[in-house]
Design a protein around this ligand. Sequence first.
Ligand code: ZN
Length: 407
Amino acid sequence: MKYTFRYRAYPDRVGLTSDVESHIDIHRQAYNYTRYEYQTLESETHNVGSAYQHHDRLPQWKDEFPLFGEVHSKALQATVKRFYSNLSGLSELKENGQTVGMLRWKPPREFQSMTYSQSGFKLKNTSGQTATLWLSGVGDIPIRYHRDVPPNATIKQVTIKKESTGEWFVSFGLDLPADTVPSKPALSEIEPQECVGVDLGITNYIHTSENLTVDTLDLSDEYDRLRREQRDLARKEHGSHNWEDQRRKVAKANRKIKRKVTDFQHKLTTWLVTEYDLVAVENLDVKPLLEDSYNAKNKQDAAWSRFIRLLEYKAELHGTHVVTVNPAGTTKECASCGVATEKPLWVREHSCPACGHTQDRDLNAAKNILTRGLKPDRSGTLRSNAHADCAPYVVASARGCRCKARR
Ligand SMILES: [Zn+2]
């Protein structure tokens, strides 16, 4: 099984930020050069066309541009591979009927990471709360080691990335034997920025406490098709050959919808459990029937229940906590001051009469869900509960705790 473990990294603490940045910039140039060669060279005669072939060009690159010799060779190969996997992602979109252009040249702000594959890295000093990641050509970078890499895991690759917030993260791509699953990090070690609250919505499929939204899956074509096939079925003589043929078509249309939903939910849950250490969601068993029409709600509830079951299942596999919270009043309460205000479904913005706080209704709900998920009513306590009174602020500032800055 493959896993991704993500850690905060602090190249700034050892004065290595500019070294990491200049390495990433060399990789950016390598990425752009791969693109240039892919577009201008003949694939038959010049070994372009696949990452594997293109790797053969790297010695020549290094002769021509000594700059490319400054970065680790396996990492350079990984960058070439990155171009080709972006390329295949693009053709996948094209196959799905989307209009896509060419892969673009990457300016610095769009290229903020590099990956070491197989070699050129080493994880050291892992006994305490911090550890050291050695990267070839760069040096030792301290990381916050809030969860252990299982002893029987193989680290296949390491990606170091600067987020748009300016924070650095490293992700380890791990390979674990099939019969082992990674253990969950201790709750007391999890920082608020590693947690997320998820509001399951109607206009958006999910809305997270970091204000990321995922649109509801558009199944209108599939449902049109299903209705058409069902209509045709109703016209056939029950039990006849034609009826049996048509019945299969209805089943096929149904299956297509189900597969599309499952695929969508798999992708979404995998993203959540790899990106975060704790995911807080509403407990649907106690969620009252309060919004939308009864039928639509039931249908949506069934899909959400599946989504949460899948999330819990994936979380076990990836060593991530899933916390279900009491959903009562999450939309009414103000994420900033806690005062509850009634609002009908069509009011899409939360505007607090008590403190004046305004934000999107679902974002407000997602923050409340996270706040409830961070409350110390489960086994163990979260580190963030040191700031129990300012929990809303912890959440309000999304990545990073505002009250921390005040201490
Ligand atoms: Zn308020």
